[in-house]
Write a protein that binds this ligand. Structure first.
Ligand code: 7TS
Length: 412
């Protein structure tokens, strides 16, 4: 059994759970460092999808036959697993979505459209993914609202002093990420939520990045809405969840109209279903919901604290090693970070870096990472981003460092 020096856990056994990692890319053993974009899937998740389609595919909630009952039971069991994962008060406050992006759009188009009026303000942050900028801008354009962004300090943390001055009784929504995908900054969301509540605003937290690294407790945070995507959590693509406080969800109009979200329909009038079905129009993504539960069980079997201790160990080592390469500038040096390392290397274009690393079997993300305002803030076009998961190793980081030396040699 191989254990790491920082945390004792069996990395070889864990890697064996992820068949995709065991392959060669361009003649080299794959090093997958694009986990902030999407994580790989353990066999258990792949099998959950297969078992569903092979064994009990059926539409849910309406059938009385055995397969429909089993599919419905597993679908609702997954909702309870998400409730537990977020420590939400009840499963009715968990809405299945296609992912974080849909969760944010749902809140913008229902809560935002229904409750905000011209002159109101929405505060986001300078660290947001485009998914947590554009839906608010679209709403603002439609309703005459103002969207303002909390500035970002040189080390990649939010300027909380300026945030204090931005809050007022005009602030109706604050929407920030729990952790930044391009810099890795963990934001002080609990403090942001308390301050926003003090002026009467509701808070949406984009948990796309944080949910795979940090313990999430929506009750402790007292957050109003929390959105995440399963595919960044070792689960399938095309599925995610939105937590919302019951009183808010009950007051909000539905997002989409269709089957499942209704109680009764006549041509004169439709009454809407109870939570959470009011927000789940149409046949949902049943297979992926079922497999999301398996992904959460997999994460729980390792434990978030073990995961974050090991990932911090990887991040610390990678930061030390990559910083030592002459010409590297790390972008984002917040005190608290998830395992994301973004950097620029001399004047070498990030795309060249990405291509040369790929030739060595190393998968990283390059570009603006759907956070163009972050790139503008640091006066760069993009970064090279290595993002680590618990199946990555110190040896793989050594390969990245060697790969970057090769980039320098080739581009000199
Ligand atoms: N918010 C954050 C903080 C993200 O990192 C992402 C995706 C999203 C929202 C959108 O998530 P989706 O699942 O709805 O697409 N981030 C990235 C990334 O960093 N590279 O590719 C996707």
């Amino acid at each position: 059994m191989t254990t790491t020096s920082a945390v004792s856990f069996d990395i070889e056994r864990i890697r064996a759970d992820f068949p995709i990692l065991d392959q060669e890319v361009n003649g080299r053993k794959l090093v997958y460092f694009d986990n902030a974009a999407t994580t790989q899937k353990p066999v258990a998740v792949i099998e959950a999808l297969m078992n569903y389609y092979r064994g009990y595919n059926a539409n849910i909630h309406r059938g009385i036959h055995t397969l429909a009952e089993k599919a419905t039971a597993d679908f609702e069991a997954s909702r309870r697993a998400v409730r537990d994962f977020l420590n939400a008060p009840s499963a009715e406050e968990i809405i299945f979505t296609s992912g974080t992006t849909m969760g944010i759009n749902l809140v913008a188009q229902t809560y935002g459209r229904h409750f905000l009026k011209a002159g109101d303000e929405i505060i986001i942050s300078g660290l947001e993914h485009h998914s947590n900028i554009v839906p608010w801008q679209m709403l603002a354009g439609e309703k005459g609202l103002t969207v303002r962004a909390i500035p970002v300090l040189e080390n990649g943390e939010l300027d909380m002093e300026t945030f204090d001055t931005m809050l007022s009784d005009r602030t109706k929504i604050v929407a920030v990420n729990h952790a930044s995908n391009s810099l890795g900054t963990v934001n002080p969301v609990k403090e942001i939520i308390a301050k926003a509540h003090a002026v009467g605003a509701v808070v949406l937290v984009d948990g796309a990045q944080a949910s795979s690294h940090l313990e999430i407790d929506v009750q402790d945070l007292d957050v109003d809405f929390y959105a995440f995507s399963a595919h960044k959590l070792y689960g399938p693509t095309g599925i995610g969840a939105l937590y919302g406080k019951r009183a808010l969800l009950e007051a909000m109009p539905p997002y989409m109209g269709g089957g499942e979200m209704i109680k009764e329909v006549t041509f004169e009038k439709t009454t809407f279903n109870d939570l959470p079905y009011k927000f789940e129009a149409g046949t949902p993504n049943i297979a992926d919901v079922v497999a999301l539960k398996t992904a959460l069980e997999y994460i729980n079997s390792i434990g978030k604290s073990t995961i974050s201790a090991y990932e911090n160990h990887l991040l610390t080592y990678a930061t030390e090693q990559v910083s030592q390469i002459e010409g590297v500038r790390i972008i984002g040096q917040a005190k608290e970070k998830i395992s994301v390392l973004s950097f620029v290397l001399e004047s070498i274009h990030h795309q060249d870096i990405g291509i040369i690393l790929d030739q060595q079997g190393i998968a990283v993300r390059t570009g603006h990472h759907c956070t163009q305002p972050v790139m503008d803030r640091f006066c760069i076009l993009g970064t090279t981003r290595a993002s680590f998961a618990f199946y990555n190793t110190i040896e793989e980081i050594d390969k990245l460092v060697a790969g970057l030396h090769r980039v320098k040699k080739l581009m000199a």
